[in-house]
Design a protein around this ligand. Sequence first.
Ligand SMILES: Nc1ncnc2c1ncn2[C@@H]1O[C@H](COP(=O)(O)OP(=O)(O)OP(=O)(O)O)[C@@H](O)[C@H]1O
Ligand SMILES: Cc1cn([C@H]2C[C@H](O)[C@@H](COP(=O)(O)O)O2)c(=O)[nH]c1=O
Length: 211
Amino acid sequence: MISLFIAIEGPNGVGKSTIARLLANRLADLGPAGVHLTAEPSRTPLGQLLRRQEDFLHGKALALALAADRAAHIENEIIPRLDDGFHVVTDRYVASSLVLQRVDGLDLAEIWSYNRYVLPATVIYLEDDPDVIRARLEARPHLTRLERAGTPEQELAHYRDAARHLHRQEWRQHTVACNGLTPDHIVTTILSLLPADLPLTSEAPQTCCPS
Ligand SMILES: Nc1ncnc2c1ncn2[C@@H]1O[C@H](COP(=O)(O)OP(=O)(O)OP(=O)(O)O)[C@@H](O)[C@H]1O
Ligand SMILES: Cc1cn([C@H]2C[C@H](O)[C@@H](COP(=O)(O)O)O2)c(=O)[nH]c1=O
């Protein structure tokens, strides 16, 4: 049986964390493989440090630090879980760098040069009406530096460039228009896009949380 490695991507506030969590639960219900839900920056001390230091780390330094966190995430967490037969769902991955580090002033070629040896994922790009995304961000009590730096329109455009770039690297990718859909409906759409060889019998499903 194949283990899936799925990255959920899309602009700040589009619903990535909501969908990644629900997708992991629904995949686990399909059994028999367990599902490991993870995120980037990783939940390691390095990843947590990067989340806290976004105001201090900018541009090249942040891009390199994120790439280092990603390399360790792949080596220490993602590959071992896949090797154990789990599906892995990550909330953000390489495309987030191709978008957010561009918002932070780097060009796509430089960002890719720091990420070119990563493990390819099946990427799900979530899109929605920029005004819907903006309203969600405006409702937050606090925005991070990069959330303030970009706009939903800019992030959506950069994500399309990222998808064109990763298409040239032969990554599997799907775009899902979330407009007006419930999270459940969005996840049903995503499941319909995944390889048809997923087993559909439910047999002792397991979930696996980040250690
Ligand atoms: N399909 C949906 N319909 C309505 N509301 C949604 C939908 N998906 C997510 N939301 C809501 O939108 C808000 C943002 O969702 P979420 O935190 O999952 O986004 P995100 O893309 O992970 O954000 P960030 O980029 O900041 O991590 C949450 O309040 C969530 O409940
Ligand atoms: C993976 C990745 C992350 N970031 C930044 C963007 C956000 O400020 C945080 C992630 O937090 P969220 O709750 O998932 O929105 O990290 C980045 O700049 N580049 C990346 O590749």
